[in-house]
Design a protein around this ligand. Structure first.
Ligand code: CAO
Length: 445
């Protein structure tokens, strides 16, 4: 007779408050014994929790992002024959749903292989649109892969990681589109079979130095965010031909207005920094120069022009750089943008951003204006094609109408992908942006 049982998280060792990174079934699904139900991720590993028996899912009680421990209810499962279900807990979590199960314990991952395909905490643009014509085709840095939506066991994720395969690009040939070992092997074979040009990047090996021989040292592991963003930054730096164009915007009038607004909105707790104006002005420039609001498609032969204007903002956090995305910036006013900026950067620093908060960006602004410096060369946040760096404004003598006048000048640095954007277009873009900031009445047009 059909009986509904509550399935809960089994013994997962000493781990508590573990992240749910994937829910693999939904109400109405028929599952077999040992089918994976959810994927949990600890600091060190990801693990699938398999079903203890076959049945029909009545109700799922967990969602992605939940924090769970042993005994947390996963779902209600109806079975016609529960003889094989001695306990209501799911069977031991496994790093491998494949036949050769080595251990029921979560995979220890000194290099954190099972985690690399978890939702990236740092900026992680969708690799489907990633331009990589000179790199081995379709084999991307796995740390950058938003492949948490891919159905694959931790062992397959680890396997894909070891081979450098981006799981989000592997077509799953298993049940319910699950990615199998065979799928990963075929994917790698296909990638290797493609022409590689002149042999890729060849650089001398980095020397391995024992620094302790020169004096005292301390070893501090990189944070997870730093590792993920580091992999993305490295890939973008070596695979995109960057050029950086500089300009200064006269923001003397803008600053008067900004200070006035700040006084008006201080009571509401809204701080209006130059960045709110920059967000608005950048969208104005993107509308004039649509090639900057675009990405190369996977073939590298077409430009995907976006009709929406979602802008990423680089935020410095104690754990490293993250790039949350503000949506539909063109439809919002300066005050609203300042408010969102404040809330978003606070959430970033409190580690409360989700993977979704960091996706969908068209163009990024990296502002170091609050800190200082005169200019820098920001790295493009692929698959975007340009990024604006903003440095600290300062008073400068500007020659106007036959005399020098003190003006507040804001340094801008625009890095662009030279495969997509010509130098002349970049110069036009940044001049237009500076003119808009110099006369912000243009934003109302
Ligand atoms: N010139 C002069 N002053 C500036 C300025 C500029 N370009 N930009 C900001 N300021 C001022 C602000 O008005 C504010 O002044 P008050 O404290 O007197 O009000 C102060 O500097 C601090 O601003 P802020 O940094 O808190 O706010 P923001 O909106 O400018 O920036 C954020 C928000 C989240 C982008 C920023 O805090 C941050 O994290 N920046 C670092 C980004 C980064 O690391 N980029 C490097 C990436 S490597 O490619």
């Amino acid at each position: 007779m059909a009986e509904t049982k509550q399935i809960s998280v089994p013994d997962i060792g000493n781990f508590k408050d573990v992240n749910v990174i994937e829910v693999l079934v939904k109400a109405g699904d028929a599952v077999k014994a040992e089918d994976a139900l959810v994927t949990l991720e600890t600091d060190k590993a990801a693990m699938d929790v398999p079903s203890p028996f076959a049945g029909m899912v009545k109700e799922v009680k967990m969602k992605v992002g939940d924090k769970v421990s042993q005994g947390s209810v996963i779902l209600l499962l109806e079975s016609g024959d529960t003889a094989s279900a001695p306990a209501a807990a799911a069977t031991a979590p496994t790093p491998d749903a494949a036949p050769a199960q080595k251990s029921a314990a979560p995979a220890e991952t000194s290099a954190a292989p099972a985690m690399v395909d978890a939702p990236p905490a740092a900026a992680a643009p969708a690799p489907t649109a990633e331009p990589a014509p000179a790199a081995p085709p379709a084999v991307a840095a796995p740390a950058a892969s938003p492949s948490s939506g891919v159905h694959a066991s931790p062992a397959i994720r680890r396997f894909a990681h070891e081979l450098g395969a981006d799981l989000s690009q592997v077509k799953g040939g298993g049940a319910k589109g699950r990615v199998t070992k065979n799928d990963v092997q075929n994917f790698i074979k296909a990638a290797l079979a493609q022409p590689r040009g002149t042999g890729g990047l060849r650089v001398a090996e980095m020397p391995i130095v024992d620094f302790a021989q020169f004096g005292a040292v301390e070893i501090r592991p990189l944070s997870r965010i730093r590792k993920l963003s580091g992999a993305n930054l490295h890939r973008n730096w070596v695979s995109i031909p960057h050029v950086t164009q500089f300009e200064e915007a006269d923001i003397t009038e803008m600053e008067v207005f900004r200070k006035q607004l700040n006084e008006e909105y201080a009571a509401q707790g809204i701080k209006i920094t130059p960045l709110a104006f920059l967000l608005k002005a950048v969208v104005e420039a993107l509308q004039q120069f649509p090639d900057f609001n675009a990405s190369l498609d996977a073939s590298g032969e077409n430009l995907v022009l976006k009709k929406y204007f979602h802008i990423g903002v680089a935020v410095d956090t104690p754990d490293g750089l993250v790039v949350p995305v503000l949506r539909d910036v063109g439809c919002k006013g300066i005050v609203q943008l300042a408010k969102e900026l404040g809330e978003t950067s606070a959430r970033a620093r409190d580690k409360k951003l989700t993977a979704a908060d960091m996706q969908g960006g068209c163009f990024t602004i990296s502002s170091l204006g609050g800190i200082g410096g005169t200019a820098f060369t920001p790295i493009i946040n692929a698959p975007e094609v340009a990024i604006l760096g903003v440095s600290r404004s300062g008073m400068k003598p500007v020659h106007r109408d036959g005399a020098f006048a003190p003006r507040l000048m804001l340094p801008l640095s625009l890095s662009y992908d030279h495969r997509v954007i010509d130098g002349a277009s970049a110069a036009r873009f940044i001049v237009y942006l500076a003119q808009t900031l110099a006369d912000i009445r243009r934003l109302a047009l």
